[in-house]
Design a protein around this ligand. Sequence first.
Ligand code: EZ4
Ligand code: CO
Length: 412
Amino acid sequence: MRIVAADVIVTSPNRNFVTLKITTDDGVTGLGDATLNGRELAVVSYLRDHVAPLLIGIDAHRIEDTWQFLYRSAYWRRGPVTMAAIAAVDVALWDIKAKVAGMPLYQLLGGASRTGLLAYGHASGKTQDELFDSIREHQEQGYKAIRVQTGVPGLKSIYGIASNATFEANTGTRYDHEPAQRGARPAEEDWDTRSYLRHLPTVFEAVRHEFGPELPLLHDGHHRMTPIQAAKLAKSLEPYDLFWLEDITPAENQEALRLVRQHSTTPLAIGEIFNTVWDYQTIIREQLIDYVRSAVTHTGGISHLKKVLEYAAQYQIKSGMHGPTDISPVGMAAAMHLGLAIHNFGIQEYMQHGSRTNEVFQQSFTFTDGMLHPGDNPGLGVELDVDEAGKYPYEQAYLPYNRLADGTVHDW
Ligand code: EZ4
Ligand code: CO
């Protein structure tokens, strides 16, 4: 079964997505997500100009060999662009193999280890009332675990607060544009770590008081603290029993987390911007984290992330795969098949896509009573409507960034 075509499809129904579609000489097609938020076209070129021509004629069943060929023959290893491109090829080939087998992909990964995947959603509010409303809204949608992000007094706009959430009147769904701000330049936000560190524990105290001790609560620090500030934060949130605290320091310095571990038992999650097992070498071996945040889309696909998660499993570290709206339904489905199959699944992030995105990508995965399931269609269970995709050309979009009061550019 030879590959006869590898097409890169860019579409922007509610936000930009890059999808690789591989076709075999038997007419079987497979999809892979290659969306790299804010740098989408770099991956398009990598795939279209350098990878697609190499795929023609390859045996589509040789997934591991194709992965190793793309990783090693390039000479230039790792990095988000390379690893997103390899991921798309890998996932598309798994999709094809599972379709040919006539099975949902999770069956080829070892079969289901559970009946469904616990998902968490994003609640946020500038004020306490808005935050409480947002938590209740998520509970009404079925979410059984909730990420809490809050405004900070004195700061005008903060990443992850849904001032830019859009309510879709036709579907009744509130979806969050958070990572996708269309425009020629990134939006500028402001930041003050000391105000944030003072304010956040008061918010978690109020949330626990209102919603009780059972509800799993998560929080994302978005890489903004120094090691000692991160340790202080983890320690100050200990009484509120978080499910996890995410990205408390910039990710490059793995050793930073040693200091945090010395001071707190708050569980830690990291890795949404990591792209190979090497980024985890110290923090897995030294047991400095509790959850691996990598997405299939950004970590070399199912083949590589499965290896990372198996390594993590030896240290009782679980998965907590990244699942914002900038992962396409194809990438989300891949995460769900992998999450259903592995033993050390922890939780899956799930923000809902907009209705136009759901028309472009027809999906068989389900979200019921707070639990995700990839569905039982052969393959990934996601198909791309190419005509529908063609209605929405690429639009320039950037993640926001932030500056301190004196104008200094701050960590992400
Ligand atoms: O900032 O997806 O945990 N989720 C996040 C996301 C990321 C964006 C980056 O593209 O931190 O909102
Ligand atoms: Co995050």
